[in-house]
Design a protein around this ligand. Structure first.
Ligand SMILES: Nc1ncnc2c1ncn2[C@@H]1O[C@H](COP(=O)(O)OP(=O)(O)O)[C@@H](O)[C@H]1O
Ligand SMILES: [Mg+2]
Length: 250
């Protein structure tokens, strides 16, 4: 079975890439990077070179060449890297969806986790069309919730699922101020038929951590890493269960 999970959001800097890397690692999936930005997933893989990105671009945009090449690095999920030219690609999202479906079949039985560029270019929408599950991490903040409501309306016929992401876990004041936002997130999800999943906290130490490996690959984790890993595994289990259900129906 070749399942596809696409991580998407209309906002940048929310933690999409971070979540996609961990999810792919947990699910033993192939991470497909469709974000051409320099701060995307591909930059975190050592010595990607130019062959694999070129093969990905040819296959995705032109439908020829040797097909997607996977880059393997210790402590990270297998990666189909992004190509810098994705930003200027003039393609139809239906075409992208077809190519990604083909990639999923080629790389099966491993599922695909697709990381996307923020906003909805043809590559992002193509990845959403191809997906069995579109996972939207949402920060519990005013503007982010409005953006989420817009997304839920615009893409109401897509298999959307959402988790509250980077939720503060320190201080009574912070906790209390998050509760009504959490209720609103639930309401928006409910109105749009969006499936809702477990929370991932704001781990303030995470951005300062020297990347190079997935957090889930940390072998002898300290307290916060162990707690964060537990949250990420819960999310991965929930995603695995949902994709199994959706794939069966579809
Ligand atoms: N759960 C989290 N807690 C704290 N910081 C996080 C968390 N997830 C991601 N981050 C940080 O947020 C920043 C943006 O993450 P990134 O994955 O690049 O977002 P995006 O792909 O949406 O632009 C990075 O500095 C990352 O380390
Ligand atoms: Mg990103």
């Amino acid at each position: 079975m070749s399942t596809i999970v696409t991580v998407a959001s209309n906002k940048g800097g929310t933690g999409k890439t971070t979540l996609a890397v961990e999810l792919a690692y947990a699910l033993d999936a192939v991470l497909v990077d469709l974000d051409h930005d320099a701060g995307g997933a591909t930059a975190g893989w050592a010595d990607v070179g130019s062959l694999a990105p070129a093969a990905a671009r040819r296959s995705l945009l032109e439908g020829d060449g040797p097909g997607p090449r996977v880059v393997a690095r210790d402590g990270l999920p297998a990666l189909v890297p992004a190509h810098p030219a994705y930003g200027e690609a003039e393609v139809d999202h239906a075409w992208i969806a077809d190519q990604l479906g083909d990639w999923a079949r080629r790389l099966a039985p491993r599922p695909l986790v697709i990381d996307t560029h923020p906003g909805f270019n043809a590559l992002t929408v193509g990845a959403m069309v191809a997906a069995h599950l579109v996972l939207v991490p949402v920060l519990l903040q005013e503007r982010e919730l409005r953006a989420f409501a817009g997304l839920a309306r615009e893409f109401e016929h897509y298999p959307l699922a959402s988790i509250p992401y980077r939720v503060p876990r320190w201080g009574d004041y912070q906790q209390a101020s998050v509760a009504p936002l959490h209720a609103r997130w639930r309401e928006i999800a409910g109105a749009g038929g969006v499936r809702i999943g477990p929370t991932v906290s704001e781990w303030r130490e995470w951005p300062r951590r020297r990347a190079g490996r997935a957090l889930l690959a940390a072998a002898s984790p300290g307290a916060w890493v162990a707690a964060a890993q537990a949250e990420l595994r819960r999310v991965a289990d929930w995603v695995a269960q949902l994709t199994a259900e959706v794939a069966q129906v579809g």
